[in-house]
Design a protein around this ligand. Structure first.
Ligand code: UFG
Length: 335
């Protein structure tokens, strides 16, 4: 914790019943914060919210939001709620501009109206589009290549402008490829119809699907498959707590940080890790490229490492895969 920084009220976590949000709830609880979770439960699950947190089933743009903020004495908002499927954002862009951009505008308005001083926003490496260089740094050009990335970049712009006009500071965290699950087995990626590589691979490992399609073998990468910076969801959640403490300690400064480990693994390297961890040979079907996939996306994470006391604790591909697998088995037992 940054010396002297303590929030004088509760944290509101929107989307706290979802994958990343539920892990942020755990990290905040473990750090001693009190919180209220707001989630519409359209894609999230009430059971994913730790019972020590209060759950309000509501959309973030609900007219009652300001009342909920005031009633609970909220002094910081972590905003995870939103839509996250990149191909869907291409086929239904207005859903993304509604659920991400417009809903965030409404939430920021509620925050300003009630005098909430700190705001942490779930942003994404998709704001860079096809990065100008790898690793990509926060000051590099942001030219999204899909509506999802634009919907998040527009939200970043609103926060920048609002922080200049009102007494509110913010942290925008640009996530790279989030994977894994709570090491204590309290939460994990539970969304049905997964599209993310590690989730798909562990589903294959437990027999939920026959194998894994490898989307593209002719990228300009060492083995021709796409390279990504996979970060453990618990490390990502911890970064939010560290970000909050900086915003509280230094209330006039706002920040935008990449959150990744700063190193990339190819699709084949990920599938090798899954084979190693499971002692299986999961079938790989080599297919053509998926539309809109950049060859490589890796974080330059020097800014966050310099600014926050945050240090990755589970920066190991096999650990990420093992935690994802353990959660997938729990989910299968639950079903
Ligand atoms: N991949 C496969 N087979 C699959 C699924 C994925 O080969 O079945 C490949 C992809 O082509 C890519 C890599 O695995 O090379 C990772 O793909 P994911 O779908 O897991 O993740 P993305 O990199 O596409 O998406 C992530 C975030 C998004 C964000 C995007 C920015 O999950 O929220 O990065 O590019 F928008």
């Amino acid at each position: 914790m940054i010396e002297g920084a303590r929030l004088d009220g509760k944290v509101m976590v929107t989307g706290g019943a979802g994958y990343i949000g539920s892990h942020a709830v755990l990290a905040l609880l473990d750090a001693g914060y009190q919180m209220v979770v707001v989630d519409s439960l359209v894609t999230g699950f009430a059971w994913a919210v730790d019972p020590r947190a209060t759950l309000v089933e509501m959309a973030v743009e609900d007219p009652q939001m300001a009342g909920v903020i005031a009633e609970h004495g909220v002094r910081a908002i972590m905003h995870f709620a939103g839509s996250v499927v990149v191909p869907e954002s291409v086929s239904d862009p207005l859903k993304y501009y509604r659920n991400n951009t417009a809903a965030t505008r409404s939430l920021i308005e509620s925050a300003v109206a009630t005098g909430v001083p700190h705001f942490i926003f779930s942003s994404t490496a998709a704001t860079y589009g096809t990065p100008a260089r790898v690793p990509v740094a926060e000051g590099d050009p942001t030219v999204p290549i899909n509506p999802y990335g634009w919907s998040k970049l527009m939200s970043e712009a609103m926060l920048r402008d609002v922080a200049a006009a009102h007494p509110l500071n913010y942290g925008a965290l640009r996530y790279f490829n989030v994977a894994g699950a709570d090491p204590q087995g309290r939460s994990g990626q539970s969304t049905v119809g997964a599209t993310h590589l590690i989730k798909i691979a562990v589903e294959a490992a437990i027999g939920k699907r026959g194998g894994v399609g490898v989307f593209g073998t002719d990228f300009d990468t060492p083995d021709g498959t796409g390279v990504r910076d996979y970060i453990h969801v618990s490390d990502l959640a911890a970064a939010h707590v560290a970000m909050l403490e900086k915003l509280v300690a230094e209330p006039t400064a706002s920040h935008t940080y990449n959150v990744g480990y700063g190193r990339g693994f190819s699709v084949n390297q990920v599938l090798d890790a899954v084979d190693r961890v499971t002692n299986l040979t999961i079938e790989r079907r080599y297919e053509g490229r998926r539309a809109g996939d950049p060859a490589a996306l890796v974080a330059d994470n020097r800014a966050i490492l310099a600014a926050l006391p945050w240090r990755p604790g589970r920066d190991d591909l096999d650990t990420i895969v093992a935690d994802a697998l353990a959660w997938e088995r729990r989910l299968a037992e639950r079903a």
